[in-house]
Design a protein around this ligand. Structure first.
Ligand SMILES: [Ca+2]
Length: 223
């Protein structure tokens, strides 16, 4: 690795190889506090526009658009970008803006699975502590489940790996929850997909919001 490693889009004096970011004014923050939808720098330069300039889909609040995340409908239900949740579920999963959600609707017997698929991403460097983070709310869930899968371009859906499953979370907790998952062992371009299985049930909802990748995912080899 002749030239070493640099964060291409955030390059310059503000990112160091020690994994910290120097705010334009004020403190030094950890690299995983950059582009995580929480303002840590006094001037807010760790969030916003510069984060959106990374790979499309790697930093999305679903406020303005879908950032190339794509709904692949199931037989009886599908993911939709909502500006505000339906009345029935507003109290369980309150949100002030856009989310991607599956709503239970009024009918029983929702079968099959509905997918929410990301655009294609470049693989992180080997051994980089790359993580994907997202907020999830499974409100009033009567049945059904949510999984996050990773699919590599070279092997395709036949060899997809499950990264996370909602059943692994404590059932008693409701409301929004932050999930953070390491991405490793990737050799090829890949995409992520959320899979809602068998629908959330009558009057229930599953919502996803504020998806972001840590900066480590974009460290590029300048070989
Ligand atoms: Ca931040």
């Amino acid at each position: 690795m002749g030239g070493g490693v640099a964060a291409a889009p955030l390059s310059g004096p503000n990112v160091t190889l020690e994994g910290v970011y120097h705010c334009h004014q004020g403190p030094t923050i950890a690299l995983d506090q950059v582009c995580d939808f929480q303002t840590d720098c006094p001037l807010g330069d760790d969030e916003g526009d510069r984060c959106r300039r990374f790979l499309n889909g790697s930093y999305c609040s679903f406020e303005e658009d879908e950032c190339m995340w794509k709904s692949i409908p199931g037989r009886t239900f599908s993911w939709r970008r909502l500006q505000s949740p339906a009345k029935a579920t507003r109290q369980i999963c309150p949100s002030s803006g856009g989310t991607f959600s599956v709503e239970g609707g009024q009918t029983k017997g929702q079968r099959g699975s509905a997918l929410l698929r990301s655009p294609m991403f470049t693989p992180p460097l080997r051994n980089s502590p790359c993580k994907v983070r997202f907020w999830v709310c499974a409100g009033g869930l009567q049945k059904g489940a949510l999984s996050l899968w990773i699919v590599e371009n070279s092997t395709g859906p036949e060899e997809q790996r499950r990264l996370w499953h909602s059943a692994s979370e404590a059932r008693s907790e409701s409301g929004w929850k932050l999930i953070s998952i390491p991405l490793y062992g990737l050799a090829d371009w890949f995409w992520l997909q959320f899979s809602a299985e068998d629908g959330p049930g009558v009057g229930s909802v599953i919502s996803i919001d504020n998806i972001s990748f840590t900066m480590d995912c974009f460290l590029a080899c300048e070989c």
